[in-house]
Design a protein. Sequence first.
Length: 101
Amino acid sequence: MKKFGSVLAVTALLPLAALAQQAPNCAPRDTVVERLASSYGETRRSIGLGANNSVVEVFASLESGTWTITVTTAQGLTCLVASGQAFETLAESLPAREKDA
């Protein structure tokens, strides 16, 4: 399974139908998770719901700094949509609200 070399913005995710047609970048979820762990040392760092009941996950390795964003369809097909380097965990606070006059 080949990881994408370029970084895509999450807001620019391709429609799930288009992702599913890219067979080299999609596989059953268990296969993708195992490959990310064994080949890159990546584990799941975050999860959220996307359009059409898809699950968006970020996998990363704190040792190597590599990261991968996946989208899993309701049918269990997981597609790689972005990957990169220099992953960092952040805990940022919301900006202070300005008080009304």
